[in-house]
Design a protein around this ligand. Structure first.
Ligand SMILES: [Cu+2]
Length: 65
């Protein structure tokens, strides 16, 4: 499982953009967003670079936890 902090993820719209970006690289990913903590947990076969690149392309910087 990967966990990331995404500081700019502040509302449910951000969360949906983040989820869409992750599903763009792994449609089978299991994604849990915690808006309060600004964290996302992902069960995915994709590697961390792929995920963080997809998040950056969607406008969100992520920090692995
Ligand atoms: Cu937002």
């Amino acid at each position: 499982m990967h966990r990331y902090e995404i500081k700019d993820m502040t509302c449910s719209h951000c969360a949906s953009v983040v989820e869409r970006a992750i599903r763009g690289v792994d449609p089978a990913a299991a994604i849990k967003v915690d808006l309060g903590k600004k964290e996302v947990s992902i069960e995915t076969a994709a590697n961390k670079t792929t995920i963080s690149d997809a998040l950056r392309a969607a406008g969100y910087e992520s920090r692995p936890l």
